[in-house]
Ligand binder design. Structure first.
Ligand code: EPZ
Length: 420
C-alpha cells in the first residue's frame, strides 16, 4: 500500500487543472448500458473507481476502450446480473441497476455494503423501481428488480437526509425507457445529476426539470449512442481551493465551474479567503487572518458533504471556534481522530464537530480511512510543520487524479512511497 510523505509549511503557488467529475462519470458510464450503439465519453478522470466501473461494464458484456481521457463503450448484448464481488467492492456501481432494468427489464446486483461514512441504504432506489412496476426480491446477498413492463409513475424520492443522488440517477435511467411519464419529486439537484440527464438527452431521452427537485421523464422506445464531455469535478476544485487557503498560498484553479461551487466559495470568503473569478478560472488566496465559521452540510445547493472534511482541516488552523454539522451521513467524522494526531483540537458532539482552531499543526504519521477524509489529512499535512505520512492513500486514488503530481506542480514537497 502506498503512502504520501508530506513536508509541510510550503505555500501552494501556481495553476492546477481540474479533472472530470468522478460522481458524474460513474452514472454516465452506467448509462451507456441503455443503448446497443457506441457512446464516447470525454474528460474521464484517471481514477481507480472509473477503471473499476469499466471492468463492471466489460463483465456485463460491453466493449470498453480507454484512450487518454476518452472512453468508448458499446453495450451490444449485455447480461442483467453483475458479479457479486465486483459490485460489493465499489458501492457507486449500484447505479448500473437503473440502466439494466430500463434496457432488460431485469437487474440483479449484490447488495452494496455500507462504508465508513454510513450505512448507505438503497431503499429509495428500490422504492423508485417498484413505483415503475418492478418487483424487488432480496436473496443470498443479491437484490433483484424485474418486471415485464416498466410504466411511468409519480414518486417521492426524499429520505432521511433529503434527496438521494444515485437514487435519482438510478430511477431516471430506468424511467427513460418506461412507458409513459415519470415524475420524480424530491429529486437530487446536484450538477452530476444534471450532467447525467444531459447525456441521456443526447441519447434521445426526454427529460425536463433537472437541477430542480421535480424531474419529469417521458419514456421513449429506445435510445441511440451519443458523445459527451463530463463536467469538471467541483469537489476536486474545492479541495485545491481549501489547500491554497490552508497553506497561505495563491492558486489559480483552471477549468472548474465556479457556478457549481457557490456554497463552498461563500464559506471560504466568510473565513476571509479571497476568491476572484477570471472566466472559469478561480484565483484563491488567503486574504489576511482567517475567521471561524459554522458549516452545515446539506443536499445541493447547500454546502456539500464531500467538502466537509477538507474544510475542517482549514478550520483547525483558524483562530476561534467553528462548528461543523454533518446532516447527510451518520458517521462522516473519521478524519477527526487523525487530525487531532496532528495537533488539532476538535470535539464531536452528536452530528457536530466543535473545532477550536488556531494552534499550529505538527506533522505525524496518520491513516486515511475514506476518500475525503484522506484529502483532509493531506491538506492538514501541507499546512503542518514537519513531515506527515498519510498511509493507505488508495482511498485518495479512488477520487483524485494524480493528486501528488498536481500538488508538486504547485510547489508542495510531496512524495509517494510504496510500503510494500
Ligand atoms: C453520492 O452518493 C456521492 N457518490 C457521494 O460522494 C456523496 O457524498 C453523496 O452522493 C451525497 O452528495 C457518488 O455519486 C458516486 P445519497 P449517494 O444517496 O448517491 C441516504 C464521494 O466522496 N439514503 O445522496 O450514495 C444516505 O444514507 C462520495 O465522492 C437513504 O436513506 O448518496 C445518505 O444519508 C461519498 N436511502 C443520504 O441519503 C437511499 O436509498 C444521501 O445519500 C439512498 C440514500
Amino acid at each position: 500500500m502506498d503512502s504520501l510523505m508530506i513536508k509541510g509549511g510550503v505555500p501552494l503557488e501556481g495553476e492546477v487543472e481540474i479533472s472530470g467529475a468522478k460522481n458524474a462519470v460513474l452514472p454516465i458510464l452506467a448509462a451507456t448500458l441503455l443503448t446497443a450503439e457506441p457512446c464516447v465519453i470525454r474528460r474521464v478522470p484517471n481514477l481507480s473507481d472509473v477503471k473499476f466501473m469499466c471492468e463492471i461494464l466489460r463483465w456485463l458484456g460491453a466493449e470498453v476502450t480507454l484512450k487518454g481521457d476518452t472512453v468508448r463503450v458499446q453495450a451490444k448484448k449485455i447480461k442483467g446480473m453483475a458479479d457479486y464481488d465486483l459490485v460489493r467492492k465499489m458501492r457507486g456501481s449500484i447505479c448500473i441497476m437503473g440502466p439494466l432494468l430500463g434496457r432488460l427489464r431485469k437487474a440483479r446486483v449484490s447488495l452494496p455494503g455500507g462504508c465508513v461514512i454510513g450505512a448507505r441504504p438503497i431503499n429509495l432506489h428500490l422504492k423508485g423501481f417498484e413505483s415503475l412496476g418492478a418487483k424487488i426480491t432480496i436473496e443470498s446477498g443479491y437484490v433483484q428488480a424485474a418486471t415485464r413492463r416498466l410504466r411511468g409513475s409519480e414518486m417521492f424520492l426524499g429520505g432521511r437526509a433529503g434527496s438521494t443522488v444515485l437514487g435519482t440517477a438510478n430511477v431516471m435511467m430506468a424511467a427513460v425507457l418506461a412507458e409513459g411519464v415519470t415524475v420524480i419529486e424530491s429529486a437530487a439537484c446536484e450538477p452530476e445529476v444534471v450532467d447525467l440527464a444531459n447525456f441521456l438527452i443526447a441519447m434521445g431521452a426526454k427529460i425536463t426539470g433537472v437541477g430542480s427537485p421535480t424531474i419529469l421523464v417521458t419514456g421513449v422506445k429506445e435510445l441511440h449512442g451519443a458523445e459527451h464531455e463530463v463536467i469538471p469535478d467541483r469537489i476536486e476544485a474545492a479541495t485545491f481551493a481549501i489547500a491554497a487557503a490552508a497553506t497561505d498560498g495563491e492558486v489559480t484553479i483552471k477549468g472548474a465551474r465556479p457556478d457549481h461551487l457557490h456554497a463552498v466559495l461563500d464559506k471560504l470568503r466568510a473565513t476571509g479567503v479571497s476568491v476572484t473569478r477570471r472566466g472559469n478560472d478561480m484565483i484563491v488566496k488567503r486574504g489576511g487572518r482567517l475567521k471561524p465559521v459554522d458549516i452545515t452540510t446539506l443536499p445541493y445547493s447547500g454546502f456539500p458533504t464531500d467538502a466537509q472534511a477538507q474544510m475542517m482541516a482549514l478550520l483547525t488552523l483558524t483562530p476561534g471556534i467553528s462548528i461543523i454539522t454533518e446532516r447527510i451521513f451518520e458517521s462522516r467524522f473519521m478524519h477527526v481522530s487523525e487530525l487531532t494526531r496532528l495537533g488539532a483540537d476538535i470535539e464531536i458532539e452528536g452530528p457536530s464537530a466543535i473545532v477550536k482552531g488556531g494552534r499550529p499543526l505538527s506533522g505525524a504519521p496518520v491513516m486515511a480511512s475514506d476518500l475525503r477524509a484522506s484529502a483532509a489529512l493531506v491538506i492538514a499535512g501541507l499546512a503542518a510543520r514537519g513531515t506527515t505520512a498519510v498511509s493507505r492513500i488508495y482511498h485518495l486514488d479512488r477520487g483524485y487524479e494524480n493528486i501528488d503530481g498536481k500538488l508538486r506542480k504547485l510547489g508542495a514537497r510531496v512524495e509517494r512511497v510504496s510500503e510494500s
